[in-house]
Design a protein around this ligand. Structure first.
Ligand code: GLY
Length: 333
């Protein structure tokens, strides 16, 4: 039995540290303009219930000796299947009123990775990303080619309307009204209120192996085949047993330009920082240049943490010997 040394909540940065690497998993369901005022008690309860369910699904894999890869896959599937989050069912709408999904997964043992971008008919994009990693010689497949590969891999395909939800459609209508005076969405500065989302998980298993998975519908009203950070290895997702595993959520353009996930793990590897400290530094620096969002992190010592620079981030974790911790807002009530 491993010993829990420290459990401390530091505002938007929480840390669990252990004497030696235990199993553990952290998940997120997106960061952004998530305020108490805009959420009913029933909605809050529904988010906590789904976060708890997802983290428990992932943790159960770890507890029975399964791999961190299987754990993050299991957790992300739950989040993709829930209409509450911007990934899979419940994904945001593109400008053309459809859905284009991005996802990636990375194995910390060997830095193998798989990613898919702009897929429209794959029920669980994270399974397709994993198939790309395990069943192809490639790292990233996009659009029609990725969908052809999904069919060949016999993954579950759905009509694009499967991803529809009323509240995301309302968000699209609001976004289009804001865009209307401009020729196109790409000409309009991004408004964080237009989207909430991306889901992800990071985990460490009994063998000390790290993994990370990230999945998203991207940005409301996106156009021209816009791809965010979620499928970009090193931006929205990264895992390396020599440093840490990271899954990110937020304004993808910034996460790509600042290589957020890889930067956090580089600071762990080359500056001997803990993942929690590195993540906090990188997210604070990102805020200064206008990048909103958050990350979840686990390092090779089994330290689990999250940090974000927004009003809230849907998040939960379960570490060995502990209960599920599920939180939404930056501050306590
Ligand atoms: N972070 C998800 C996106 O920007 O698409």
């Amino acid at each position: 039995m491993k010993t829990l040394l420290l459990a401390v909540a530091l505002g938007t940065c929480s840390v669990l540290a252990y004497a030696k690497a235990p199993i553990g998993i952290v998940i997120h369901g997106g960061a952004g303009t998530i305020s108490r005022d805009s959420m009913s008690a029933a909605q809050e309860q529904a988010y906590h219930a789904m976060l708890t369910h997802a983290v428990n699904q992932g943790y159960a894999v770890l507890e029975r000796g399964g791999s961190s890869l299987d754990a993050v896959t299991a957790a992300v599937i739950v989040l993709e299947d829930s209409p509450l989050f911007n990934a899979g069912k419940g994904a945001v709408y593109t400008f053309d009123e459809s859905h284009e999904l991005d996802a990636s997964i990375m194995d910390g043992r060997n830095r193998n990775a798989g990613a898919v971008a702009g897929v429209s008919n794959v029920k669980n994009p994270i399974l397709l990303a994993r198939a790309v990693m395990e069943k192809s010689v490639h790292v990233m497949l996009a659009g029609k080619g990725a969908e052809q590969f999904a069919k060949e891999q016999q993954l579950e395909l759905v009509d694009n309307s499967y991803f529809n939800t009323e509240f995301r459609y309302d968000a699209l209508k609001r976004a289009k009204q804001a865009i209307a005076p401009q020729p196109h969405q790409a000409a309009v500065p991004y408004d964080p209120a237009w989207k909430m989302g991306t889901v992800g998980a990071v985990a460490i298993d009994k063998k000390g192996n790290l993994a990370a998975a990230t999945s998203t519908g991207g940005m409301t009203a996106k156009r021209y085949g816009r791809i965010g950070d979620a499928p970009v290895i090193g931006a929205g997702n990264f895992a390396d047993n020599k440093s840490c595993a990271v899954s990110a959520t937020g304004h993808g353009e910034f996460f790509i330009r600042y290589q957020v996930a890889a930067d956090i793990c580089a600071r762990v590897k080359y500056q001997n920082k803990t993942a929690a400290v590195a993540a906090k530094e990188v997210m604070a620096e990102l805020k200064k240049v206008g990048g909103d969002g958050g990350v979840i992190v686990v390092d090779q010592k089994g330290q689990l943490s999250w940090t974000f620079n927004t009003e809230g981030m849907y998040r939960a974790l379960k570490a060995e010997g502990g209960e599920v911790i599920s939180e939404i807002f930056a501050t306590k009530p």
